[in-house]
Design a protein around this ligand. Structure first.
Ligand code: 13P
Ligand code: SF4
Length: 303
């Protein structure tokens, strides 16, 4: 921590000078999450907070689609990222042209798009969702069939929770798809009383073995309510690191899959972003206007 302190002090004073607010996803490391971040949370909470932000500058500590969502919701604000190369395997798995072809193949079927997508893809969609509200949003549409993009595992999980028929795309999160059901069984063998929480971006055999499935924020709420003695969080590494500070009485076993994109965000890069007012995230205004409808429709549903 000593090594981080000069960066943290410098960032906090630059934030005031620039009238900036820092939004950090739950997968950001503790030295960012617990120090310079003004607002933290899951993808849904970050979108909600961006929509309400009063500062002139939003510095997004997360990946590119999160910064684009902030820009879509706040076109008049300057949205910065410490590193524009922080992408996402889900966002990369599908293009706007892919969505147009799907819509031509299934005319009239609403497109429900996970926020882990580009602004171009959102612009082709009827409504967005996050892992916190996907089932709720699919059901709220009052239809018997939806196209669900792009995460096949989240889509399969949604399909298992609803009567609505779900047409899937072949996208996957490179972090969550690496977990296996056998890995979870080995944690149970090693620690009989362990409570296993898994993110719905994991494959079905993993979700079947888990005691609880939910978004990163839902996992935190679950821990608050249940207060288990020992926990495994089947998700990105930083989650357990961040959450263990809040729950010192819980023992966290840490199976760890790192998101290389989230790791691109570092204190020196945050500092330089505020110092040089870089790297600005732009979204074509015509695309942003169409994408905003899909995101705002999701925000109207809530969690
Ligand atoms: P949530 O925080 O919405 O659960 O998203 C998980 C994720 O993989 C974000 O990149
Ligand atoms: Fe994308 Fe997965 Fe990384 Fe989240 S954890 S940003 S879904 S690659």
């Amino acid at each position: 921590w000593q090594a981080h302190l000069p960066w943290i002090d410098a960032i906090n004073s630059l934030k005031k000078q620039r009238n900036a607010v820092i939004l950090a996803h739950n997968y950001q490391p503790p030295e960012i999450f617990h120090t310079v971040a003004d607002m933290t949370g899951d993808s849904l909470a970050l979108a909600q907070q961006a929509a309400r932000a009063e500062a002139k500058v939003i510095l997004q500590c997360g990946v590119h689609f999160m910064a684009e969502t902030s820009k879509i919701l706040c076109p008049e604000k300057t949205v910065l990222m410490p590193d524009l190369a922080a992408g996402c395997s889900l966002a990369e798995s599908i293009t706007a042209q892919d969505v147009r072809l799907l819509k031509a193949k299934y005319p009239g079927v609403p497109v429900v798009t996970y926020v882990n997508t580009s602004a171009d893809v959102k612009a082709e969609s009827d409504v967005c969702c996050t892992s916190a509200n996907a089932v709720h949003i699919v059901e709220s549409l009052g239809v018997d069939k939806v196209i669900f993009l792009p995460d096949k595992y989240l889509g399969q999980y949604v399909a298992s929770k609803t009567e609505v028929k779900v047409i899937l795309w072949e996208g996957a999160c490179e972090v969550h798809e690496r977990f296996t059901g056998e890995e979870l069984r080995s944690y149970r063998r090693a620690h009989g009383n362990v409570r296993i929480l898994a993110h719905p971006e994991c494959p079905p055999d993993v979700l079947q073995e888990a005691d609880f499935v939910g978004s990163t924020a839902a996992m935190i709420s679950h821990l608050s309510e249940r207060r288990p003695r020992r926990v495994v969080m089947i998700t990105e590494c930083s989650m357990s690191d961040n959450v263990s500070v809040e729950f010192p009485d819980i023992e966290f076993t840490r199976p760890c899959n790192l998101c290389p994109h989230m790791r691109r965000i570092t204190l020196p890069r945050i500092h330089d972003a505020l110092l040089h007012m870089r790297h600005e995230v732009h979204v074509d205004p015509a695309i942003a206007q169409r994408a905003r409808q899909a995101v705002e429709r999701m925000l109207a549903f809530g969690r």
